[in-house]
Each structure stands twice: as structure tokens, then as C-alpha cells.
Design a protein around this ligand. Structure first.
Ligand code: NDP
Ligand code: GDR
Length: 361
């Protein structure tokens, strides 16, 4: 019998799942992942850690599954008997959640319930610890809900602004409820935005760094974006999966905010990315007041030029309700978990642009 700790990761083919699987393997875990059946291969982010199942001592195994399928979830958990479950699986795109709200409720909301209930049905409440991938989208960016220092923390009220946020709020509360009702070790990590070269191509940071690389290499003319005036607290996914693991190693199950405590305008991320390839973008109204800049960015005709126009605003990318500003207070995670991010935004942007430049030759 192996004495290794056993982890089950849903969403293993995603950005966070891939970094978390690497981390857990490094820490000597046996790692099981749930992947969805797709018509083409969807394991690009984890192919480098794949292990031939015919070898002895295989520590990485994938199971076909889906968070909408209770019987499948129960069977996988029964087979794997995990010490830790990381529930990262989700339809994670906020804008897309407005197009498929019922599906998002099923996967992101009820999917969490299915995991927790499977643990209970199988009598694993004492053995299996559960991490739930909660999100800063729960706060909704309402100015009046920030704490006295001007940040969102573990005590800030929630006000989700999308079907994604509404589904995730169910996931948050059902996790907390199972902890209180059944004494399960079930925790929420309330993670603010985190990015990496493995970030999905339609999230704003990756969309920007890919387009920066593509434009720099002369493969693309123009990048179309939506709201340039929102602000996000961006960290690196590698740092954030370390926090997930730490949350499940504590003596007591609690919820934690994971953030950098620094927030940045989308438009400033754009200028940082283009600066990496030596293109100094200036925004129209750069020397004007913040109010004038925001007004300029909300004009669909607004454009960024460097000799030629490289960024245009397309209202198609606006959301019916927007989260304007996110900034998290990581004091609790720093003091209780001893968590400290290694990357700042400049290092993150540099790594993403450098990685994307390799895609275009
Ligand atoms: P990704 O979108 O990169 O990955 C999502 C993962 O969930 C993929 O493996 C995807 O599989 C899987 N998935 C989607 N639908 C289902 C389903 N029906 N059943 C099973 N698995 C499914 O997200 P991230 O890695 O960025 O995020 C991980 C988690 O953390 C998500 O729950 C997200 O909502 C949450 N989160 C993310 C933050 C961020 O900034 N990245 C911040 C806060 C929370 P497939 O590859 O087949 O599509
Ligand atoms: P977010 O990330 O909604 O914060 O959710 P995203 O990168 O999609 O948007 C961030 C901000 O950028 C604005 N924006 C655009 N967004 C996209 N995707 N595409 C564009 O062209 C564009 N132009 C401007 C958006 O309006 C928004 O204000 C992410 C996801 O990972 C969630 O799963 C996670 O829970 C939260 O972060 C925390």
C-alpha cells in the first residue's frame, strides 16, 4: 500500500489544475484528475506530466468525468479515496456565463454540491478535505462593501454581478454549510484574478499578451477589447495554487482571500504588455484627468495608436453588468498560511509576453 497522500483535482486540464498538479506531484502526492471527454485532445496543459499507465508506481492518473454527473463523481471519489479534493472545475468565463446561465449554475453551483455530497454519501467526511475554488467575483466590486482600508477581505459582503458570480456564491455557501453541518474539512479560497502563460486565450490578460506578440511579429493589425476602465488585482497562478494547498494543510478549516493587494486598470495592462515589445502606446487623454480618460475609453471610437491603430474598443465585449474594481486584502492568508506571492505584475506581464512571442515566428 502506498503511503502517499492522494489528491483528486477537478478542472485539471485548466490553468490552475495544471499548476496544482505539478505542485502536488513535487510534494510527493499521488494525483488524480477529472477530465472531460472532448472531440479533440484537451490535455495540452498537462501533457508534460502525463505518466504511462503501464509503468509501475504511476502517480498521475486521469479519469473521464463531468461535474454535472453525480453518479460519475461518486464513482470516481469512491475509487480514488482521496485525502484532498480540489474542486477547480468550472465554466469560468464571466462574459460567457451571460450566454449560458443555466449551464453555469449546474456546473459551478450544483457541481460543488455534488462533490460535497459524494464525500458524505461515501462516509469520507473524516478522511477527505475539500477545497472550493471561490472567487473575488462574489464581491461584485461595490465600492461601499470594501473594508475600512479600501480592500475586500473575508468579512466583506457579497454582491455577485453575473450568472457566474451567482453560481459561485452557491458554491461558497454550500461549502461553508457542509463544514458547519457535517463538520467536514471544507474550505473556500476566495481567489482574485490570477494569470500565467497558460491562461485561457479569451481572458483579457492573455488576449492582450497574445495580440501584443502577434502585432509585434506583424501577424495581426489590431486588437479589439471591451471595457478598458475596469481594475483587477492580478497575481500569478503559480503563487495561487501554492495558497490552495496551504489552505488544506491547516489545523482548522477556514476561508481565505488570496490576492496581491494591488489593482491595475485594464488599459494599463495593455500599455505594460506593448512596452515589453518596445511599443510605447499612449492613451488619448493621457495627460487629462481620470474622468476624461474614463470617458475616452468608453467611446467605441476610442483607439490606441503607434504610427497605426493597434487597439480599438468594441462594445461587443462589454458585459450587461460589470465588476468595476477588485482589490483584495491578503492579510489573513499572509499571517495564517504564511503565504507570500513571488511574482509582481511586471514579472507576470513579462513572462506572458515572452511566452507568447514564441508562438509567432
Ligand atoms: P479554466 O477555465 O482554465 O479551467 C476550468 C477547468 O474546469 C477546465 O479543466 C475545464 O475543462 C473544467 N470544466 C469545465 N466545465 C466542466 C464540467 N462540466 N465538468 C468538469 N470539469 C469542467 O479555469 P482556471 O484554471 O483559471 O480556474 C480554476 C477555478 O478557479 C475555476 O473554478 C474558476 O472559476 C476559479 N477561479 C479562477 C480565477 C482565475 O483568475 N483564474 C480566480 C478565482 C476563481 P476543459 O479543459 O475540458 O474545458
Ligand atoms: P474576469 O476576467 O471577468 O475578471 O474573471 P477577464 O479577464 O475575462 O476580464 C477582466 C476585465 O477585463 C475586461 N475586458 C475584457 N475581458 C475579456 N475577457 N475580453 C475582452 O476583450 C475585454 N476587454 C475588457 C472585462 O470587462 C473585465 O472587467 C476572471 C475569471 O478567471 C473568473 O473565473 C474568476 O473568478 C475571476 O477572474 C476572479
Amino acid at each position: 500500500m502506498s503511503t502517499k497522500k492522494v489528491a483528486l483535482v477537478t478542472g485539471i486540464t485548466g490553468q490552475d489544475g495544471s499548476y496544482l498538479a505539478e505542485l502536488l506531484l513535487e510534494k510527493g502526492y499521488q494525483v488524480h484528475g477529472v477530465k472531460r471527454r472532448a472531440s479533440s485532445f484537451n490535455t495540452q496543459r498537462i501533457d508534460h506530466i502525463y505518466q504511462d499507465q503501464h509503468e509501475s508506481n504511476v502517480d498521475f492518473k486521469l479519469h473521464y468525468g463531468d461535474l454535472t454527473d453525480s453518479t460519475n463523481i461518486i464513482r470516481i471519489i469512491q475509487e480514488v479515496q482521496p485525502d484532498e479534493i480540489y474542486n477547480l472545475g468550472a465554466m469560468s468565463h464571466v462574459k460567457v456565463s451571460f450566454d449560458s446561465p443555466e449551464y453555469v449554475a449546474n456546473v459551478d453551483g450544483l457541481g460543488t454540491l455534488r462533490i460535497l455530497e459524494a464525500v458524505r454519501i461515501l462516509g469520507l467526511e473524516k478522511k477527505t478535505r475539500v477545497y472550493q475554488a471561490s472567487t473575488s467575483e462574489l464581491y461584485g466590486g461595490l465600492a461601499e462593501n470594501k473594508n475600512a482600508k479600501g480592500f475586500y477581505d473575508e468579512n466583506s459582503p457579497f454582491y455577485p454581478r453575473s450568472p457566474y458570480g451567482a453560481a459561485k456564491i452557491y458554491g461558497f455557501w454550500i461549502t461553508k454549510n457542509y463544514r458547519e453541518a457535517y463538520n467536514m474539512f471544507a474550505c473556500n479560497g476566495i481567489l482574485f484574478n490570477h494569470e500565467s502563460p497558460r491562461r485561457g486565450e479569451t481572458f483579457v490578460t492573455r488576449k492582450i499578451t497574445m495580440a501584443t506578440a502577434s502585432i509585434a511579429k506583424g501577424k495581426q493589425d489590431c486588437l479589439y477589447l471591451g471595457n478598458l476602465n475596469s481594475q483587477r488585482d492580478w497575481g500569478h497562478a503559480k503563487d495561487y495554487v501554492e495558497a490552495m494547498w496551504r489552505i488544506l494543510q491547516q489545523d482548522v478549516a477556514e476561508d481565505y482571500v488570496i490576492a496581491t493587494g494591488v489593482t491595475t486598470y485594464i488599459r494599463d495592462f495593455v500599455t505594460m504588455a506593448f512596452a515589453e515589445v518596445g511599443m510605447e502606446l499612449t492613451f488619448e487623454g493621457e495627460n487629462e484627468s481620470e474622468v476624461a480618460k474614463i470617458a475616452a475609453c468608453n467611446n467605441p471610437l476610442y483607439q490606441l495608436e503607434i504610427g497605426k491603430v493597434v487597439v480599438r474598443v468594441d462594445p461587443e465585449y462589454y458585459r450587461p453588468t460589470e465588476v468595476d474594481l477588485l482589490i483584495g486584502d491578503p492579510t489573513k492568508s499572509k499571517t495564517q498560511l504564511g503565504w507570500e506571492p513571488k511574482y509582481d505584475l511586471a514579472a507576470l506581464v513579462k513572462e506572458m509576453v515572452e511566452s507568447d512571442l514564441k508562438l509567432f515566428n
